[in-house]
Design a protein around this ligand. Structure first.
Ligand SMILES: [Zn+2]
Length: 43
């Protein structure tokens, strides 16, 4: 999940698969949204 730097809306990865751009405001600056309580463990 990504977030737009400007409008702070969540953007699904499939929306920016073709072009990295906010689908709401057209911003090209996105950042990866940090989700709480997410733990990534290597098995
Ligand atoms: Zn936006």
């Amino acid at each position: 999940m990504y977030k737009c730097f400007y409008c702070k809306k969540e953007i699904k990865p499939e929306h920016i698969r073709k072009r990295v751009r906010c689908v709401y405001c057209g911003s090209k600056i996105l950042f990866k949204a940090r989700t709480k309580n997410v733990t990534i463990q290597a098995r």
